[in-house]
Design a protein around this ligand. Structure first.
Ligand code: FES
Length: 84
């Protein structure tokens, strides 16, 4: 069991699960949900290594260091803090 969190709030995510539902609860905006539009891009401020590898869509997006797409990420385990 892990968590996706911001400065204000913390939402549970099961190990190995996608973080999309937790990110929605934290207020991250979404549009395509398929890793194409970039609407759900966030900065990971803590626990970056607790996320699984980037998906091919994230690679294609050419994200900056520590940026990830919340519709694509899976949690490995532990806590991940984001900013958006
Ligand atoms: S919602 Fe479009 S890239 Fe994630």
């Amino acid at each position: 069991m892990g968590f996706l969190k911001t400065d204000k709030k913390k939402v549970e995510v099961k190990d190995g699960d996608k973080v999309i539902k937790a990110a929605e609860k934290l207020g991250v905006p979404f549009s395509c949900r398929e890793g194409i539009c970039g609407t759900c891009k966030v900065k990971v401020v803590d626990g970056y290594d607790n996320l699984a590898e980037k998906t091919s869509n994230e690679e294609f997006m050419d994200l900056k260091k520590n940026e990830r797409l919340m519709c694509q990420c899976k949690l490995k385990s532990g806590e991940v803090k984001i900013k958006f």
